[in-house]
Every structure is written in C-alpha cells, then in structure tokens.
Design a protein around this ligand. Structure first.
Ligand code: PMP
Length: 533
C-alpha cells in the first residue's frame, strides 16, 4: 500500500506536456509562496517543501489544508508527514482532477464525503457507545450501590495511616499506599512546609527551561544513591512516567515484551509506542524465553517490562530469572517498583536488595513517589547516559512542569528518614506476616500474597466484594474492593493494603470482623488453590 502510494503521487515528467498541469502547478506555487511568505518566482517547482524551501511541519499542514480547500479535494493524511516537491503536490491535484485514484483505492486523494459507509452522527456524549456501556455497567451495580452506598470516591478528611477520618468518624484504614507512614509524618510535613516557604507551591515551569530548583537536584541525587544507580530523574506523575517512557524508549525497529498483568500505565505506553509489542503470561520467564528465542534476532532493541510486586495479587516477580534472560538475549530490563519500593529488601530499597541483584543489572528502575514515598510523582533511575538522555529528550519530562517543590522536599526527607532507620520496613514486614497467618487461619484465600504490602482476600463476584467492603465500612474499617476491569471477571477481591503503622490488634480486629461477615458465604472460607498463578 505504501509503495503504491509513493509511486502514485509523485510527479511524472510526461505531465509537463499538459498545459492544465501548468495551471495547477502555478496555483500550488502561489499557495506555497503564501504559506512561506515568499515571492512566487522564488518557488522552484522541483524544490522540496521542507528540505529546500525550509518549510516546517506547521507550514506543511497549512499548505496541504489550503490546497484541499482551493481544489475542493481531501488529501490523504499520511502525506502530511512527507516532504514533497511543488511538482509532487501539483501532480497529486492534477491526477485527482483528471479522475485518477477514483477506484476506491487509498490513493493520494479522495473526494470529500467519499466515506466508505454511512456512519451515525453522534451529537451528545450520552449517545456514544462508550458512555452507554458505562451507564449499563453502573446500572447493573445500582442495586448494590443503593443498598450499601457507593464504595468509590469516599471522601476522607485526614491523612491515611493506620486510621483516617470520614465525616469526623475515626476509621481503621486498609486502603492506603502509605506503606511506611511517610505521608503525615511530622518531620516530612515540616520539610514540605519549609520548601513551600522557600520555593512556593509550584516549579512554575519545565525544569529544562525555568522550573529547575536545587531541591529537584538534591532529590535526584538522593534517589540515585538510594537505588544504587548512577543517576535518577523525577517526573510529576507515576502513571505519566510509565506512559512517556514506555511510549518513547523504543522505535519501530524494536520489540517490547511485557508481563500480561502490567499496570495500565505500562500498557498505555505500549499502545503509544512505535515498536512491536507482545505480552507474556504472568511471571512466566520460560514463556518469555521462548518468545526471545524465536524473535530476538528480528529487532534492534528489546525492552522487557515487569513489576517488582503486582498490585492486584500482591505477588513478587522472580526478578533474577528476568535478569538472566536480559543478559543472555541482550535486552533492556525495566522494573516498575510502585509496590516494591520501601517494601521489599532489608532496608526497603526494593527488588535488587530483596534478591541480592546488582542494581546495574536492571537497566530502568521505575517507581512512583505516591506510594511508599508518601507524595506524588514518578522516577526513573539507571545509568548516567540513559538518564541524561531522558533529561533532554523524554517528552513527559521536557514538556511538563517540574515536580512541585514541597513534594520533592518531602521525598528527600523521606529518603533521609529511611536511610537512618529501617524499623518501619521491619514493622511492615511483621504486619504482613501477622495478616497472612491470621487470614489463613480463617481459611481465607490470600493466594499469591506473601511478601508485599498488598494482601488481597479473594471474594469472586463483584457484588459480594462491594457488599463486604461496605459492611466493613459500617464497622469502621476501610478496605476497598478491586473489581473488573482492574482484575479478571469473577475475581473481585478485598484489597487490604498494610502499612508499618498498623497495630497487631487492628489487623486481627479487621479480619475477625470480615470473617463474621463472610459467614453467609462458606465457600469463600476454604483457602486458596493458587490457580490464578
Ligand atoms: N505503576 C504501578 C504498578 C502502579 O500500581 C501505579 C498506580 N497504582 C502506577 C504505576 C502509577 O502511579 P501513580 O498512582 O503514582 O500515578
């Protein structure tokens, strides 16, 4: 199709013998001259619009749009990216005016209104299929919502540590990613307030241009030190960090292989990327090796993406196996540590510390600042050359504001706290052990949970998970349900998240209450069979 397009749109010398071609070309020359604010006589017909005449991408869009209007034609949008000569553009128009490309093929031009089939015009958002699907799904949950209230967007009036406050009522909170209690910590708050006083509340610009602050540089140095990498880069959001990195690291000559349970921020990046991409079965490094055996040689770069700990099942990835494969097949390995940072490893440094891996063996250490670090943002850590390249080239960094100074200062303080004392990580680990022991003693299905702070209890149907979540809330305990599409259909769960701040009695109390509420569903109290793995 591409080859046909190229040969079909370009100027052919025999056209020069037709006077009507000259007419068209004169008009095109005038349009080009207008767009470039130059004299028509300066526009040589054999000049390339961009390479020779200096037209940029905005002017190219202007030119083709004006040509469409002037000649009453629609120009194939793929041509907007291509550098064409004045002769080429004239040839496009000339051929179309002479009835060429009217065979329905995707030639260079198509008549306006030549839509392949009638489509229904949508006038309001409510008419869209996507809204209708949403409304239908909402309606199907309405009974449960009417009976128990909406489990989503429950507003809290405090920070989330072991407890939080809703409408003045103290709640036991198992819904936060504040894994080591850094959000709400007085020392962290103080650092954030001091940063507001020094810098204000915004970086007020892209760091590249005007938004750089000393605290940004201090934070990136501290993160690199914390992760044992040469350098680190901080962005404003964890989600956007993945979208922009995964979306831009690979070219059309590359391949991305990613775990099928990857977070939405990774799959959104994959969707955007020019590279070929394939998911591999969850944690299945053997399946990944088969893919590498059959495909590695067809690509320049291969990027393997995994998470340190998965956010819906709470399981930890067999990272050393992925390191082995990345070395054997010359790939780049990226590990998203959203849920393993400040959770795994003796001092909370993440998967490399947990498994005793040299940090250099993971090419891209990615993490969020919204979970263990208690603020908001994302980071990428790795070799100096990679990070320096990203600092000048990564669109989500270059074209976005720098992280807000109080957030940067809060994370910097958090790292300082964690470097001087690892008791928070120890307390978290002990709470995970207590939770699992207690839940298993009740016969609850904790299946893949074990080492991370996400310790879900499998329920099954969405409605039952909603109901139990709401009933727990009535008992003063917050545990959100995780339902489709965050998890597979029929695998809804109550997603307990533990922190270092929970007390043993609080964990035992919550599970005792849940056990009571699960009595009408004895089938849910027979332990897990781990088939999901
Ligand atoms: N990666 C993973 C694995 C996540 O779970 C999340 C958020 N839950 C993100 C990235 C996005 O991070 P943030 O919420 O900080 O934008």
């Amino acid at each position: 199709e591409e080859a046909e397009l190229v040969t079909s749109v370009y100027f052919q010398p025999e056209m020069a013998s037709d006077p009507s071609f000259f007419e068209v070309r004169k008009t095109v020359q005038t349009l080009v001259a207008e767009v470039l604010t130059r004299d028509t006589e300066d526009i040589d017909p054999s000049s390339y619009f961009s390479q020779d005449l200096g037209g940029d991408s905005l002017q190219s869009i202007s030119l083709l749009t004006h040509a469409e209007v002037r000649f009453g034609l629609a120009i194939d949008e793929r041509l907007f990216d291509r550098d064409l000569t004045v002769n080429d553009i004239a040839a496009l128009v000339y051929r179309r005016l002479n009835g060429e490309f009217s065979d329905g093929s995707r030639g260079a031009l198509a008549d306006e209104g030549e839509a392949p089939c009638a489509v229904l015009r949508i006038r309001t958002f409510e008419e869209t299929p996507e809204f209708k699907a949403f409304a239908e799904r909402r309606a199907s949950l309405m009974d449960a919502i009417e009976m128990f209230g909406n489990p989503y967007f429950v507003a809290q009036d405090s920070h989330l540590r072991d407890v939080s406050y809703i409408n003045g009522k103290k709640m036991l909170n198992f819904a936060s990613y504040n894994y080591v209690g850094l959000s709400g910590d007085p020392e962290v708050n103080e650092a954030a307030v001091a940063a507001i006083e020094q810098y204000g509340t915004s970086a007020s610009g892209s760091r590249l241009i005007a938004g750089e602050k000393t605290v940004h540089q201090d934070l990136e140095r501290a993160l690199a030190r914390w992760k044992g990498t040469e350098d680190a880069l901080v962005l404003v959001g964890g989600h956007s960090t993945n979208v922009t990195f995964v979306g831009n690291f690979c070219t059309s000559r590359d391949l991305i292989l990613y775990d099928v349970l990857s977070h939405n921020s990774i799959t959104e990046g994959v969707r955007m990327a020019q590279a070929d991409a394939r998911p591999f079965p969850h944690n299945d490094y053997q399946a990944l090796e088969q893919l590498l055996k059959s495909r590695r040689d067809r690509y320049e770069k291969v990027l393997i993406i995994i998470e340190g700990a998965y956010s819906m099942d709470g399981d930890v990835a067999p990272v050393p196996e992925f390191v082995r494969l990345k070395k054997e097949y010359d790939c780049f390995l990226m590990v998203d540590e959203a849920h393993s940072m400040l959770v795994l490893g003796e001092t909370g440094r993440g998967v490399d510390e947990h498994f005793g891996i040299d940090p250099k063996d993971i090419d891209i250490h990615m993490g969020t600042l919204s979970k263990g670090f208690g603020t908001c943002g994302g980071y990428l850590a790795g070799s100096h050359n990679l990070i320096e390249y990203l600092r000048y080239n990564l669109p989500g960094f270059v074209f976005s504001v720098g992280i807000s100074p109080p957030l940067a200062a809060a994370v910097l303080k958090g790292i300082e706290i964690m470097e001087r004392d690892n008791s928070r990580v120890e307390r978290l680990r002990e709470n995970i052990r207590i939770f699992l022991e207690e839940a298993n003693s009740y016969g609850m299905d904790t299946c893949l949970a074990g080492e991370s702070a996400v310790t879900p209890i499998m329920i099954g149907p969405d409605e039952v998970a909603f109901m139990l979540s709401k009933q727990l809330e009535n008992e003063g305990i917050i545990v959100p349900p995780a339902v489709f599409p965050a998890v597979a259909r029929g695998q809804a769960r109550l997603r307990f998240c533990l922190t270092s701040e929970h007390k043993e009695e609080q964990i035992k109390f919550a599970l005792k209450k849940l056990h009571e509420l699960m009595q009408p569903f004895p089938g849910l109290l027979q332990g897990g069979d781990c088939e999901r793995a």
